[in-house]
Design a protein around this ligand. Sequence first.
Ligand SMILES: Nc1ncnc2c1ncn2[C@@H]1O[C@H](COP(=O)(O)OP(=O)(O)OP(=O)(O)O)[C@@H](O)[C@H]1O
Length: 230
Amino acid sequence: MLELTDIDAFYGNSRALQGINLMVGGGEFLAVLGRNGVGKTTLMRSILGLMDRVTGRLSLDGADISALRTYQRAKAGIAYVPQGRGILPRFTVRENLTLGTFAARQANGIEDWVLELFPVLKEFLNRYGGNLSGGQQQQLAIARALLAQPKVILLDEPTEGIQPNIVEQIEDVIVKLNREHKITVILVEQNVAFARRASHRFALLEKGRVVAKGEIGELTDDLIQLHMAV
Ligand SMILES: Nc1ncnc2c1ncn2[C@@H]1O[C@H](COP(=O)(O)OP(=O)(O)OP(=O)(O)O)[C@@H](O)[C@H]1O
């Protein structure tokens, strides 16, 4: 279980998150929603320990991880698929994947089950990351995160800017990770239809605060209109 208590996060003196309280149970799927610039990516970065300054408490399975460095949080079981994917273009697919294995608790190399989720990666193991399409790079970023053997995976707009024929494939894999592999998922998403299909619970952000949260069935069209319409 991942628990955020009274989290504030800062860029220099500017407070980007204020008083965030959220709980994500083991095996749960949480969608983090909101317009551009409300603090969704900052929230992911705070969980990972990538911000200048964060106050409040963050715990994973009861252990306080607020003081841990990013690589220690990765070892503790938190993986991140950033917006923009973060693929190393001059590294091959195999090398990008190997990077993920370094954060694993048990050294296991490039596990077969991960390649089976993404057959295209198996085919292109020796290709440069930079020569893959956007959708293939996204699959690589997810596979790399999975090789760290996470308990919790954070996905920041994983289908943004991806060809429609691959979007559905990626969405299905994300649902499968949660439902079959029991990985806890925190998904930042603008696509409400996918959030509704995939998640158990939601949190809506506005100006760095959680303004609504609950079971996904409680995410009404009125809430979406109020907090997501541009
Ligand atoms: N490196 C930075 N330095 C200073 N302020 C920043 C920085 N990155 C983001 N911010 C500010 O923090 C606030 C939250 O940004 P954040 O990127 O978390 O929003 P977001 O909801 O993820 O938006 P998007 O969907 O566009 O990624 C915004 O006001 C943004 O301008």
